[in-house]
Design a protein around this ligand. Structure first.
Ligand SMILES: *Cc1c(COP(=O)(O)O)cnc(C)c1O
Length: 381
């Protein structure tokens, strides 16, 4: 067991025999896709579970983001965050939209509303914020800015499944929110995602867009795409829903363990300290401070040596990838908070299958490194 790799995440999988009856139904009815019975069931079940009205399932969240932008006919410039998974900006680029990167609030790691407002120009058409690690963006401030400047808001809520603020689903904000059901996310359908929108008309339009633009057998109303979730993924989602609360509860326990143990380690800050929202405990990001004896990357390497696959989410910044770094808004000087957090963050292993001994092993690396003599060069600033 000591040599078994400890991954930052592993998918929650229910017992295989529980999935067989679902497969049997698919084999019996021979409906594999095209919004069949499991697809319909899962849309209803997720609307209920998440507490949202209109949801449209997708093959993955990236296609959902691309389609959301099409549905709202977004063009021109869209303000977004450099501190996210690369698909956020890619969805803009696939629509010929120019991402405008603005800085984050170092406390939440989410877009700073003041920075959003300062970046608005006549070319700006929308804002695409991300609820990073499931931590809520300042949804009220963003809503106010959107109303004042007549901008659309598309939330990349890929991390936000099941999160709530003041009792309200974090996936219910903006004109559109997009969730991911990728294998690495809290709720997975192997691959999958969904668009959550605010009215039946928009949902109908999105449903057409994800099926080539077909409205009926002979009518095509838009240059749509094939973004549909298949029946096997939807069936798996129905089964996963039965286990999701237990999986989130296990994650909460592990987060509590890390919280209690890390509180006393000098030089380590817990990013999501004092949560004020209902979390899904999807990630456990920590920051390596200036008074920790070794750098973030040295700690990362120590983990690797012990076969612990902690991950640097999010490093590098999206704005540092070759297809974006030439943009004026990608200049590091303009993104000091994102740059700083990206250089200090590391996400600890967190998933429902982790055992106590594995958690102790993760902690022992952090604690042992904390006792080392200081060897690193002073961190910038
Ligand atoms: C995972 C993720 C996506 C992409 O989701 P897929 O379902 O894998 O396409 C987009 N944005 C963020 C922030 C993510 O973490």
């Amino acid at each position: 067991m000591t040599d078994k790799p400890i991954y930052v995440t592993q998918p929650a999988l229910p017992p295989l025999e529980e999935f067989i009856p679902y497969l049997q139904q698919i084999w019996d009815n021979k409906i594999l896709t095209n919004c069949g019975p499991f697809h319909q069931q899962l849309e209803l079940a997720l609307a209920e579970y998440l507490g949202v009205k209109y949801i449209s399932l997708f093959a993955n969240a990236t296609l959902a983001l691309v389609t959301a932008l099409q549905a709202l006919r977004i063009t021109g410039d869209v303000i977004t965050t450099p501190y996210s998974f690369v698909a956020t900006a890619h969805s803009l680029k696939w629509n010929g939209i120019r991402p405008i990167f603005v800085d984050i609030d170092p406390k939440t790691c989410n877009l700073d509303p003041a920075a959003i407002e300062a970046a608005i120009t006549p070319q700006t058409t929308a804002i695409m914020p991300v609820h990073v690690y499931g931590t809520p963006c300042d949804v009220e401030a963003i809503q106010r800015i959107a109303e004042n400047y007549n901008l659309k808001v598309i939330y990349d809520a890929a991390h936000a499944f099941g999160c709530k603020v003041n009792g309200q689903s974090l996936c219910s904000f903006g004109d559109i929110s997009v969730v991911s059901f990728h294998a690495t996310k809290v709720f997975n359908t192997f691959e999958g995602g969904a668009i959550i929108c605010q009215d039946a008309k928009t949902k109908a339009h999105i449903d057409h867009l994800k099926n080539f633009g077909f409205v009926d057998e002979t009518t095509v109303v838009a240059a749509g795409i094939n973004g549909k979730m298949s029946e096997i993924n939807a069936a798996f989602g129905m089964l996963q829903l039965k286990h999701i609360d237990a999986a989130i509860a296990k994650r909460a326990q592990i987060s509590k363990f890390y919280n209690e143990r890390l509180r006393f380690v000098r030089g380590i800050s817990i990013l999501q300290d004092n949560l004020t929202h209902e979390s899904n405990y999807s990630y456990f990001p920590i920051l390596v401070d200036a008074d920790y004896p070794i750098t973030r990357d040295a700690l990362y390497n120590q983990f690797r040596e012990k076969n612990i696959m902690a991950r640097r989410y999010f490093y590098p910044l999206i704005s540092e990838f070759p297809m974006y770094r030439g943009l004026p808004s990608a200049t590091a000087r303009l993104l000091p908070n994102a740059k700083e957090i990206s250089s200090r963050v590391i996400c600890l292993p967190l998933h429902p299958h982790l055992e106590e001994a594995e958690l102790e092993k993760v902690m022992s690396v952090i604690v042992e490194c904390a006792r080392k003599p200081v060897t690193k060069r002073a961190i910038r600033n």
